[in-house]
Design a protein around this ligand. Sequence first.
Ligand code: ADP
Ligand code: ASP
Ligand code: MG
Length: 852
Amino acid sequence: MFFPKVATLLSKYKEKNLLYAEKTLFLQAKTQTIKFNIKQTMKVLKFGGTSVGSVNGILSVKKIVEAEVEPVIVVVSAFSGITDELYKVANLACEGNKTYVAQFDMLVTRHMEVIDGVIADNKKTEVINLVQTQFTDLSNIFRGVFLIKDISTKIIDTIVSYGEVISSIIVANAITNAVHFDSRTFTKTENQFDKHIVDFEKTNHLIAESFSTLPQISVCGGFISTDRNTNFTTNLGRGGSDYTAAILAAALHASILEIWTDVDGFMTADPRIINNAYVIEKLSFIEAMELCNFGAKVIYPPTIFPVFHKNIPVKIKNTFNPEAEGTFISREKTGEAGKAIKGISSINDTSLITVQGLGMVGVIGVNHRIFRILAKNGISVFLVSQASSENTTSIGVRNADSAVAVEALRKEFDYEIAQGEINDIFSEDDLATVAIVGDNMKRTPGIAGKLFGTLGRNGINVVACAQGASETNISFVTDRKSLRKALNVIHDSFFLSEYQVLNIFVVGVGTVGGSLLNQIKKQQTKLMEQNSLKLNVVGITSSKKMLFLREGIDLETYAEDLKTKGADASPEKICNEILNMNIFNSVFVDCTANLHISNLYQTFLENNISVVAVNKIAASSSYEEYINLKETARRRGVKFLFETNVGAGLPIINTMNNLIYSGDHIQKMEAVLSGTLNFIFNTISSEIPISKAILMAKEAGYAEPDPRIDLSGKDVIRKLVILAREAGYKVEQEDVIKNLFIPDKYFAGSLDDFWKTVPELDAEFEEKRKALTAQGKRWRFVATMENGSCKVGLQEVDSTHPFYDLQGSNNIILITTERYNEFPMMIKGYGAGASVTSAGVFSDIISIANIR
Ligand code: ADP
Ligand code: ASP
Ligand code: MG
């Protein structure tokens, strides 16, 4: 009587090309023992809340399950969000808040809508009645809670069980020929420290009994259970449906446990935090256990043990993309070549308790007492760190356990504390723990170095760390606000093969800032394709509005978005926002000429944010401030770049730096550094008086927003001071000797006054210009530095001078060094203009990304 079943099994196996199974069955058939020996293989498939929370989800589940060849047990969660809702409604009812009724009704409606979409018409009434009966009971319980305004754990456990009870009834009736089981009848727990612990002996026995004849498709709810003594409803903890599935798989020797969820598999990191996390093809049980113990929500941590114990592989699959391979978890040790770690996970709920004191050194039994007392209070410790000096033991626990743990430890060590042998015991709360995991870390030197080096470079402080001798996990504790950044930099450092991300804040969207954003927009795709560099503009600020977006601002629409969605901006707000964002690999680009913005650089550098400045104020301010900024950048391992401070996009500072790195020594510099002044002197003619030339320079976008900064020589002085400093000389602005061409009184009033009075200069200048032209000479505003002595002023140059032919707004610099001596090095080209300046900024940004 078994043979027809074997025959159908065989043909189905053939279809699936499972040759091994076919061979086994043949062998068994041949030896005529088939009747007795065939141990029917079966699978357990668990579908999470997101998989069953919608009509589409349940229809996918139905399709997946009905296509199975082997008998399957389907374990389902409550619809997504329902367990949370049930807790919420219970709370409202307990507070005597009438709105619980409306919330409850919404919950009922959601289930009824799904029933309508997934249950065949001829079964609808039956299923609605079944579910309605459950909701009536539940509503009575809520009414009781509302009237009494009190609730117990027992009642809460009963309330939340309805999520799985109801979802499993719906799914069982949506799948053709499925048989419904109530998992409370076979999952038994006992109470330990107010936690429900599975009684495996009873549970396994009851499972074997319940499934002694295995239907092709069985459906039951996960998570829910009953107390072995009282038979009251209990549960296996949040996320516990995975565990129910694993318990069933282990008890029934399933061929595989499949966890169906809403992502393509177990990923290198939490995809909600790391958007370029990717699916891990294979994991060992140990790796999976380490990762989910530390917060990889995709599997509830206790799930691994029962299947590991029975060597039943686990597959993580996506209900909404069943074609994706998913992740295979087995005993097999696997490793992608060149990758030492498999994944990163974290918990943002960490409290660190430190037991410390010189009296602990060499004393036997202190740790024993710590752990005994914590165990006695039911506190689970997930990280321990003790220095070899033995005077400090730090323990990582959940925030919720911290107060009880501190209390218990203080009591345990009250004598030693009173004697001063142990310091008072305290906890540091609101921390986060991160773990990097991989079997391949074993005996691979340098992993810890790389991890802590990466964290250090990014300004992330490590409060405690631990690595077990198994070498499959290195964990560290940091403050919670650094968690996201820590995960990003570690992920980038260990996995990011595909591309590198540079997060950019652009402040100032005037001529240069606007042009820069345009250039970034144009280059984004190319840089990604050719250099695997993702330029992600995460903040844009005008003088009035600011916009921040971690995922990246759309550069097509930023101007509009800034207006419509931007918040009011101020230097302080910008600073706070950027620090709060705490984003990795970030660079602050200052395209303003604002002192308050340049005052923020020090803070940013201190926080490991690189600074690229078009703004010259910082580099030309006091020598002390300049050196401080450079020193901070060096110390924090980030960059402070300001190439465009001198000569716009011309590579002057970079070239000087390179000369100095190679051991050369800069002795002298002669330069025309003001695009504006050069433009003005090249534009003045009998038709264009100086006042008009100034206006033209402004309109062409060469001049500073306030052109007096150019005309007074201030701009050139700033540039010369920056150059002299970069050449290695300690120079202040006051040290520069000035020979100006516009009398001081024109700079005294307001900008308006200036524009009104400046035409007074026209006639005199025209006189002088005529005389100069007659001599075959031209004016150039020249900056000179010789062994640290600086001066700026108007010079008359004849046609033999290299500056004579300097066109338009061009700049030129002659650099005399030990090596470039007889013939100085000459750099010449556009020295002003939005597009060349922003290109210079772009090049600073790219050099931070280090792809050149
Ligand atoms: P289900 O309802 O199916 O049980 P969960 O929400 O419990 O689903 O778990 C799946 C979610 O876990 C994913 O949607 C993802 O956001 C999150 N997650 C966290 N860490 C990881 C990781 N390392 N790999 C995959 N998913 C992860
Ligand atoms: N429904 C339960 C929860 O939300 C169990 C589960 O989804 O696994 O925690
Ligand atoms: Mg889950």
